[in-house]
Write a protein that binds this ligand. Structure first.
Ligand SMILES: [Ca+2]
Ligand SMILES: [Ca+2]
Ligand SMILES: [Ca+2]
Length: 816
């Protein structure tokens, strides 16, 4: 056997004709997929995955979950929750339905170290690398999601993927016309739930089939989801999503151009964070404690303004659960393949994406000026508007206003790969990756209605202005994050193709242009005081320790080698080894915080994290078995641990110095007889911080020898699926081990076990071949547990997210 014939398609694909799809399956970009040889090549009955799980044959430890398993989960569920079935992945959902976000670790890395891509384009926030898991594609249009544990592809446009990558691939249009609809009704059926917390979802997918003589084909989809808040008596989710893809083959050798588009609009309240975990004691002691009503009373009425009286706000509108987390996100993704010569292939994949989002929240604002300086604006964390905010004719009052942290991102880039087959055994490629994100972060204020609701969840649309004509803002900064990366890779095949060797290197050049338009008031403060430019001198006279608005450009670059091999000793059994050097550039919150210091101070340029990661494993693949076990070892310099805090809506980073992490993960998917599927997986990890962390000139925190916070020690789980007549019955369960809340290991968050049940009745006997009814029960035994927690270096008490309670959904999926 030679290479899979991705580069020599001119001859090989004639035989299979349109069955050839030059579509990448399990790598991030089309170029990487082709190069590694894991493009899907449909030559008939080849279906590598067993029960929707595949362990692709690459030097890296990868696990792919495909459509077959994705569609067994609750319709509308975020793909990230489904990835809980991958060893080493721990996702904690904020609700049972998947539109409210959640928290991730992969091999103990938090989501800011995991690059998540859709069809190759990066989804991580360009500023802090966070993932917004509620913005994932509808599961019905996902072909596969591949977790690459430990290292990234050489052409990946990522600044921080030390922990691995998750690549989501959207489906391609089908050759024939078809429509699929999915209707779901769900509810929470949990112990102690006093009310009705419904969920409705509708989804439609239309495949045009080939509609031109040139083979053009396309699909369009739309979905709408509404559900009530999981735990509180207020708010919920209102989400709509639209997707499309058009595919144009060029000739019959596998060349093509595909253009895909995505738009998602979420209007949801925050959910699930009212509980505290303090020194080992959780405020949730009884299942019923999870459900509660808001402290401001609902409905509520804001303070009644009185002329001539100094009014003060009441609590109406202020609870965390009242906060909206609105987002409008969209992207356009292009993939293409051109055969320039018989053995020379070019892949070009440009993209554009847009994000407009904020995290909600209110503050009280004063109608008068800052007493210390006599100025208007946001000073010392307080808002001074200088105008009659409540319309009662005086400017004596303190009034509650909407004051979210706003982000608008415009991002575009391209991944280009040129691959050359030297001969049947040797292949090389060069890649160029460009990524530019313009990241505008602000904090405009807006008015609240009498009932505490915002007039507009986006105050950026029509912000409150101060009396001196300045936007009343808590933050005003603009950054451009830019990447220019060149990379190269060699792939050789030896010993009759039983040995495959990959050698590569990438050279990323990261540039961060930072513009702070407000005044930094203390080290690490990326927000600061915001006053009108005309008042700069007066402000600095009153606050001489603040640093004036400033701009700065920081550059990070490094050459990052990678190497790997696979060796097959039988057609089914192989071993693999890989190595990669990784670089994580500090996020913009940290970089803005460092702008308090002059450039001459070393603290002005935060240190990037670097790591060396090693993987070695054994893989077994046959018609009815997909199995893999991998040992891994990562060693870090300047390990940067970040945590998001809802209290300040900010990210705080700790440099843990040198850290070693290692572990083992494995999975086995087995179909012993056609009607039975058995899947089992497990992972164990250990991390060791090498030194005490210095927190002051003479102060140290005793972290030496301790584990990093947040990462479960082990995961263990499985799934069984059995078919009887028209019914498929599935049961899956996962045990997640305990985690530490802090890096000094004094507070343990307990482990938990969650089980799910699903049953699908095919309607084929009723003449509806592609239609079925599906019932899902998630958290079957209604485990009460802590999902995610912010944590910190020495944190002993933290708000924690409650794990989703037991929920049921019934879906009718119709296809023709
Ligand atoms: Ca009043
Ligand atoms: Ca008044
Ligand atoms: Ca007033």
């Amino acid at each position: 056997m030679k290479f899979q014939p991705v580069l020599k398609t001119a001859a090989s694909t004639l035989a299979v004709g349109t069955a050839f799809l030059a579509v990448p399956a399990l790598a991030q970009s089309t170029g990487s997929a082709e190069f590694e040889g894991d493009a899907i090549i449909v030559t008939g009955a080849r279906e590598a995955a067993v029960g929707g799980v595949e362990v692709p044959e690459t030097p890296k430890a990868k696990v792919a979950i495909t459509k077959e398993l994705i569609m067994r989960q609750t319709p509308g569920q975020t793909i990230n929750d489904t990835l809980n079935l991958v060893p080493g992945v721990s996702f904690t959902n904020n609700d049972p339905w998947g539109s409210l976000g959640g928290s991730f670790t992969v091999r103990g890395f938090s989501s800011d170290r995991i690059s998540q891509t859709v069809d190759g384009i990066p989804l991580n926030d360009s500023g802090n690398y966070a993932l917004y898991t509620n913005q994932m594609l509808d599961p019905e249009i996902i072909e596969s999601a591949t977790v690459s544990l430990g290292s990234t592809d050489v052409d990946s446009p990522t600044a921080s993927a030390a922990g691995g990558t998750i690549n989501i691939r959207s489906i391609d249009p089908s050759d024939d016309f078809g429509i699929m609809t999915s209707l779901t009704y769900g509810n929470i059926i949990s112990r102690g739930d006093p009310g009705d917390r419904m969920m409705y979802r509708g989804f439609i997918l239309v495949n045009t089939g080939e509609f031109t003589a040139a083979g053009t084909k396309a699909w369009f989809s739309a979905s709408k989801t509404e559900n009530k808040s999981t735990f509180s008596n207020y708010g919920g989710v209102d989400k709509q999503q639209y997707n499309a893809k058009i595919y144009q083959p060029i000739g019959d050798n596998g060349d093509f151009i595909a253009i895909a588009g995505h738009y998602n609009q979420n209007r949801n309240n925050f959910n699930g964070s009212p509980a505290r975990f303090s020194d080992g004691v959780w405020s949730i002691q009884d299942p019923a404690d999870r459900f509660y009503t808001l402290y401001d009373g609902t409905p509520c009425t804001t303070d009644t303004p009185e002329a001539g009286v100094a009014d003060e706000p009441n609590s109406c509108g202020s609870p965390f659960e009242r906060r909206y987390n609105p987002s409008n996100t969209g992207n356009i993704r292009v993939a293409s393949r051109f055969t320039l010569m018989d053995n020379l292939i070019l892949n070009v994949e440009p993209y554009y994406q847009y994000v407009k989002a904020n995290g909600g929240g209110t503050s009280s604002a004063y109608e008068y000026a800052d007493p210390a300086s006599g100025l208007l604006g946001q000073i010392g964390g307080d808002y001074y508007a200088g105008i009659d905010l409540n319309g009662d004719g005086d400017t004596l009052d303190e009034v509650r206003v909407l004051s979210p942290s706003q982000t608008v991102t415009n991002r575009f880039g391209v991944i280009a790969n040129l691959a050359y087959d030297i001969n049947d055994q040797n292949r090389v490629r060069i890649s160029y990756t460009f990524d530019r994100a313009r990241h505008r972060q602000s904090g405009q204020t807006g008015y609240l209605k009498m009932n505490g609701e915002p007039y507009d969840v986006f105050p950026i649309n029509d912000p409150i202005m101060t009396a001196d004509g300045f936007v009343l803002n808590k933050r005003d900064r603009k950054s451009v994050a830019m990447l220019n990366q060149v990379s190269g890779e060699y792939r050789g095949s030896f010993l009759d193709d039983s040995l495959i060797v990959l050698l590569g290197a990438r050279a990323p050049f990261f540039q961060r242009d930072l513009n702070q338009y407000c005044y930094s008031t203390e080290p690490g403060d990326g927000y600061g005081d915001c006053v009108a430019p005309a008042n700069a001198a007066a402000y600095l006279a009153a606050y001489p320790d603040s640093v004036a608005p400033t701009s700065r450009t920081l550059k990070y670059d490094k050459i990052l080698p990678s190497a790997g091999l696979t060796y097959k000793f039988t057609p089914e059994a192989s071993v693999f080894v890989s190595y990669a050097k990784n670089l994580s550039v500090p996020g913009t919150d940290d970089l803005y915080g460092a702008m308090y210091f002059p450039l001459s101070n070393p603290a002005a340029k935060p240190t990037p994290e670097t790591s060396d990661s090693f993987d070695a494993g054994f893989r077994y693949q046959s018609g009815n078995i997909q199995a893999q076990v991998a040992l891994w070892y990562n060693t870090y310099s300047n390990r940067l641990a970040s945590a998001y805090y809802a209290e300040c809506d900010c990210t705080v980073t700790t440099n843990l110095g040198k850290v070693d992490k290692y572990g083992i993960d494995g999975s086995l998917s087995w179909r012993p007889v056609p009607s039975l599927l058995v899947y089992a997986f497990g992972s164990y990890l250990k991390s060791e911080i090498k030194d005490d962390v210095q927190t002051g000139p003479d102060s140290y925190v005793p972290t030496a020898g301790k584990r990093e916070r947040g990462a479960p020690k082990y995961t263990l789980g499985g799934r069984v699926q059995y078919s009887i007549g028209p019914a498929d019955i599935g049961f899956q369960v996962k045990r997640t081990g305990s985690r530490y809340l802090n890096d000094i290991n004094t507070v343990t968050l307990p482990g938990y076990t969650v089980a799910d049940f699903d049953v699908r009745f095919s309607l084929e006997n009723a003449g509806l071949e592609k239609s079925y009814v599906q019932l899902n029960i998630t958290n079957l035994f209604d485990e009460v547990y802590i999902g995610s927690a912010s944590g910190g270096l020495t944190t002993t008490s933290s708000y924690v997210n409650i794990g989703p309670p037991r929920a049921i959904s019934a879906s009718f999926i119709m296809g023709f």
